[in-house]
Structure formats: C-alpha cells, structure tokens
Design a protein around this ligand. Structure first.
Ligand SMILES: [Zn+2]
Length: 388
C-alpha cells in the first residue's frame, strides 16, 4: 500500500465540490472541438490536450498511431510491474466537422448540451480531474493505466485498436469505463456485441413487359435471403438479427438488376456471432434465383462485453462503497449497445462500465447530460479508487 494515507471522505467530497468550475471548463473545451469519424486531426488534437493535462501530474504518455483513425492514448502512472487498474473511455464522437461551431457547449439549468457532451466528454472530464485530485494528494494505492481510444464510435474498423486494447489491458486488476451514464444509475457489467453487414445482389435486368423471362430478379433473391438471415435470431443464446435497410430495383417496369440490404446483429457471446457469420457466408453462397450473385461484407464489429463473475463481485463491492459515501443506489445492468469494455472483459478483467455523467439521447442532436452528475460521478470514481 506504500506510504499513502487515505484521504477521508469529507476532504474528497469537499475538494470535488470545489473543483466543479475547473471541471466545467475542461468539459467545455472538450465538447467545443470537432472530433468525429471524419476528423482524425481533431481526435488527435484531443489526445494532445489530454497528454498536456496528464504529463505534469507525472503520467508517462504514449500513443498507438493509426493512419486512418484517431490515435489511441495510453498513460501510465506508478510502478507498472505491479497489478494496475485501468481507467478508460474514448475521445471521438459521431458528429461531423462543423458541429461544434453550430451548437457549442451550453448549460441551461441542469441540462448540458453540445456534441459528445454525454458520449463521452463528461466522463473524460471526470477521469482527468479525479486522477489529478488523487495524485495531488499522493495516491499510490494502485498503479494507474489510462487507455483512451480515438475511434470507438467506428468500432476500430480502420485501425488495430481492438487488438491494442487487449494487449494494453493484460495484467490489470480491474477496469472502470467512464462511458455514458444512465439516469437510473444503472452500472453496466454486460453489453451485447454489435456487428453490421451489407449484402449486395447482382441479377440480370430485363423489360417487365417485353422479355420478363430473360430477367433474374435481384430483389426476389434477396427477399429469400433476408428471411434466412432473420431466422438466425436466437433469444436464448442472446443473438438477434435485424435486416434494417433493404433496397433494390430502379423502376416498376424492369426486372431488378441490383438489390442490397444492411443487417445489424447483436450478440451476448462470441459463439453467437461465429454461428451467424458462418451462416451468412452460406446464405451468400446459396442461390434461389439462378443467375444471380450475392456478395456479403462486414461493415463494423464491436465485441460483446461478457458478464464475468468477477465483474459481478466487483459491482457488489462498489455498491457498498457508494452507500457508505451517501451516493445514489446503483444497480447492475446488461445493455444492447457496445463499448470498448468488451476488450477488457475479453482479456478477463472485471470491469464496470457507464460510470460517466448521466443523460440521454447519445448520437443525436437531442443529446444532453445532467450537470449535477458531473461531481456526483467524480465522487463515485474517487471513492472506488480509494476503497476498492
Ligand atoms: Zn461512447
């Protein structure tokens, strides 16, 4: 445990209340910067801001650099040969360049708005200010590794981010993800994986009146296949398949030459997605309308955050600590949306996710965050780091 004497609750709570203005400043700075999937330069600039925040505290900062995606920041504090803890999240948003100028950071009563305010600039702000506070007080309970992805929202499809995550996570005792918090205080210990695919079918066009028999309908081919795809849903296994977009043909009086669909798959376990992918290849290879050809490709894939017994144990300990600190009651939940916590649980590390500011409507113009939750969740994170 070293020479560090634990700060008492009251000191921490007061210090966090006092640092709210500084936290709001950081939050605003992070929100008012474009860093969407079309803006590697913007994401990398956030990475440098974070680097400049952490280095003076004594963190050693390095980056995994990618050509076509925002870089991943890794910051380490303390003797990393000891079992360490991971604080994690992402720096990118889903919003296109220009959004920050269009609707910048704004506080209206208790509601805070702006691109990525909830997902997840608020959580990022908490992470930074809580480590700053604890380190200024001599924290040495555990070495700390911070991992911040630069392309979470695109599921690392243009980078090696997923693999790098798992490599970096090895050897950790536990992980805390400052992702979007839920208004009902749900703490996520299980998330479904998400994968999306596109099917393209080439048929043979013909005039519907003059020579219909010469045509090979891509639409009919894909109709059969869409039914095959959806029949792969298995609620018990925790796997669902949704053909969400379907299009084909150009005019009513022609046999459609082309059809395509986009399919979303959610899965609780890796076995589920392996089964679906194998079946998708078979569905693509099979032909209902002779003369048509089908091609399938994976567009994006984010692993599932599997429910580990160790995550449940970690949650129960965290729940007790929250009570002792008079913080709102928490509940363990499983959700359908993916996050990078998947890579931590795949590396076998017990992980709590959704510890960031609370709010609603991620990825939309209606996104908002609860201002009060900024300090509330900072207290929770500090409590966990001090007592777990
Ligand atoms: Zn997020």
């Amino acid at each position: 445990m070293g020479i560090y004497k634990m700060m008492d609750k009251e000191t921490v709570v007061n210090a966090i209340n006092e640092m709210e203005p500084a936290m709001l400043q950081t939050w605003q700075k992070l929100v008012d910067r474009d860093c969407g999937p079309d803006d590697k330069a913007g994401v990398d600039a956030v990475g440098r801001d974070v680097q400049h925040f952490l280095e003076p505290l004594g963190f050693h900062v390095r980056f995994h650099t990618y050509e076509k995606a925002g870089n991943m920041l890794v910051a380490e504090y303390g003797d990393m040969t000891r079992p360490f803890i991971i604080l994690t999240g992402h720096m990118d948003t889903v919003f296109a360049k220009g959004t920050a100028a269009e609707r910048s950071f704004q506080i209206t009563g208790d509601k805070v708005t702006g691109p990525g305010v909830l997902d997840m600039k608020g959580g990022l702000t908490i992470l930074l200010h809580v480590v700053k506070l604890l380190i200024s007080q001599g924290y040495d309970r555990y070495p700390i590794k911070i991992i911040l992805a630069g392309d979470e929202e695109t599921g690392h499809r243009n980078s090696n981010g997923g693999k790098d995550y798992m490599e970096e996570a090895k050897g950790a005792l536990m992980g805390f993800n400052l992702e979007t918090g839920f208004p009902d205080n749900g703490i996520v210990i299980e998330r479904k994986g998400v994968a999306q695919y596109q099917f393209d079918v080439d048929g043979i066009g013909a005039h519907a009146g003059n020579n219909p028999k010469d045509g090979r309908s891509a639409v009919i081919e894909l109709c059969h296949k869409a039914l095959d795809m959806e029949s792969l849903t298995d609620y018990e296994e925790g796997t669902t398949v949704n053909v969400g977009v379907f299009s084909g043909g150009t005019v009513a009086n022609a046999i459609p030459e082309y059809a395509s669909c986009r399919v979303d798959v959610r899965y609780s376990r890796e076995e589920g997605i392996e089964r679906v992918e194998k079946a998708f290849r078979e569905i693509a290879a099979k032909t209902y309308v002779q003369g048509t050809k089908t091609h399938v490709q994976c567009l994006v894939k984010v692993s599932s955050m599997e429910r580990l017994p160790a995550s449940e144990t970690l949650f129960h300990r965290a729940e007790k600590i929250a009570k002792e600190w008079n913080l709102p009651d928490m509940k363990a939940i499983a959700v359908g949306g993916g996050s990078d916590s998947a890579y931590l649980t795949r590396a076998g590390i017990p992980t709590l996710c959704a510890l960031g500011v609370k709010g609603e409507f991620n990825h939309t113009v209606r996104e908002w965050a609860d201002k009060k939750s900024l300090t509330e969740r900072a207290k929770l994170l500090a409590a966990l780091l001090l007592q777990l």
